[in-house]
Design a protein around this ligand. Structure first.
Ligand code: ARG
Length: 441
């Protein structure tokens, strides 16, 4: 029983938040005259000492004490004697754990947001550097149309911006204080829930005591935002793995973010990117774990809920590390513009530009232009050249309305420069997007 019941091996991570919650509660008990001022002061001093002890290395642990809450209270009794017993007036471990855990998740959100901000800053720097660097844009991992590397990197800025929005939403919703809900029904003591909520930086107290002690939406929202962020990092990681492969050769990984092989001396493996991709699987697992834990629970608290913390702690650790590693990779990757430019011109990537030119300059309906372009691609394929290298006479043999001006749009650089629509890949658009992202940050 002792072994299955204990959460102290993992929930000691809540020590700061447990002590902060207890200090706010004790101050409120003193201010309301529920506990004598001298006892409230002794409790506060004792809790401050325990915080210093944790800071300096820890407090003795005993599995029989179950969790961080009982560990701190027991330590308090050892330090200040019987007055410690007054701390647990008008509360329960159920509102205590909910409060501590919310405070922890709130801090975790702030730390992840800082990590996301650093990741975005790294992306913006590289996007600016490569606003006009051309690369192939893919659909189905087939070369589709040329794009700029800056535009490609800015796609991840767009994802990170949504991720930050999701964490911010979760933070705003979680910021209500459960303390004072007691075991499940509230309390008869004349507590001041608004005071403890304010002392702990919450916007207000929670509205329903039953919900307060049984709600873990805040943890699930954190895990959900973390899983989605991990998914985005994993997609970038996958691109780095592909780009770093020899057939692509779009990037060169710095030594700091690659590893050698124990038997193949030539290898530079993108292990950090692969682990970011792998960690996303675990992040999704953490979300799934808590969703399934919660789905069958009746109101209010059930001990199953003790299992809420390991997936949240794991998700935080994995995501913080993945963000740091990905930021480091983005900052230090060497892009290989020559390889990207060569690939950008392959696969008749400017075929759409030819079709668009026929529509624009020869007033040909798009569907017919598409058909003419298909014949031009076939001719280039047969000649073993790119579209821009086809002699004008060959193009005119396909359709007499084509003239020499068409070569203005058939190069990769002209293609990307022409895509000036809002949100498009033209270098000027990318620079504007970077400026807008910086202004919004
Ligand atoms: N160790 C518990 C947890 O982490 C604390 C709450 C215990 N409450 C109870 N009624 N047994 O969830």
């Amino acid at each position: 029983m002792r072994d299955i019941n204990a959460s102290i091996p993992f929930d000691k991570r809540l020590w700061r938040q447990d002590i902060a919650g207890s200090r706010a509660h004790a101050a409120m008990l003193g201010a309301q005259g529920i506990v004598e001022a001298a006892d409230a002061a002794a409790i506060d001093a004792g809790l401050a000492t325990i915080a210093a002890e944790y800071e300096a290395g820890g407090v003795p642990e005993d599995l029989a004490l179950e969790d961080i809450h009982m560990t701190v209270e027991t330590r308090l009794a050892a330090l200040i004697g019987p007055a410690a017993g007054r701390l647990h007036t008008a509360r329960s471990r159920n509102d205590q754990v909910a409060t501590s855990f919310k405070l922890w998740v709130r801090d975790a959100i702030d730390a992840i947001d800082a990590g996301l901000a650093a990741f975005v800053a790294a992306l913006l720097t590289r996007a600016e550097e490569h606003a006009a660097t051309v690369m192939p844009g893919f659909t189905h991992l087939q070369i589709a149309q040329p794009v700029t590397l800056g535009h490609h990197l800015m796609a991840y800025v767009a994802m990170a911006r949504r991720d930050r929005g999701r964490f911010a939403d979760a933070r705003a919703r979680l910021n209500e204080c459960p303390l004072g809900s007691a075991a499940l029904a509230g309390t008869g003591f004349p507590i001041d829930r608004a005071a403890t909520a304010a002392a702990l930086g919450f916007a207000r107290p929670t509205a329903n005591s039953l919900d307060s002690v049984s709600d873990r939406d805040f943890a699930l929202e954190f895990l959900s935002a973390a899983a989605l962020t991990g998914l985005h990092l994993s997609r970038l990681a996958e691109e780095i793995v592909v780009w770093a492969s020899q057939p692509f050769g779009f990037v060169h990984l710095p030594d700091a973010f690659s590893t050698g092989s124990s038997i193949m001396p030539q290898k530079r493996n993108p292990d950090a990117a692969e682990l970011v991709r792998g960690h996303a699987g675990r992040l999704i697992g953490d979300l799934t774990a808590l969703l399934v834990t919660m789905k069958g629970l009746p109101l209010a608290y059930s001990k199953d809920m003790q299992d809420d913390k390991p997936p949240v702690f794991e998700a935080y650790d994995l995501l913080a590390l993945s963000l740091a590693a990905m930021t480091g990779m983005v900052e230090t990757l060497t892009f290989v513009p020559d390889r990207m430019a060569t690939a950008a011109g392959a696969g008749f990537s400017t075929a759409t530009d030819l079709a668009d030119w026929l529509v624009r300059e020869a007033q040909i309906p798009f569907r017919e232009a598409h058909h003419i372009t298909g014949r031009a691609v076939k001719a280039a394929e047969a000649a073993g050249t790119g579209l821009a290298d086809l002699p004008l006479v060959d193009l005119q043999a396909i359709d007499s309305r084509i003239d020499a001006r068409v070569f203005d749009v058939l190069t990769v650089a002209k293609s990307v420069a022409s895509r000036t629509s809002f949100g498009g890949t033209a270098p000027d658009r990318v620079r504007a997007a970077i400026a807008a992202a910086r202004a919004a940050a």
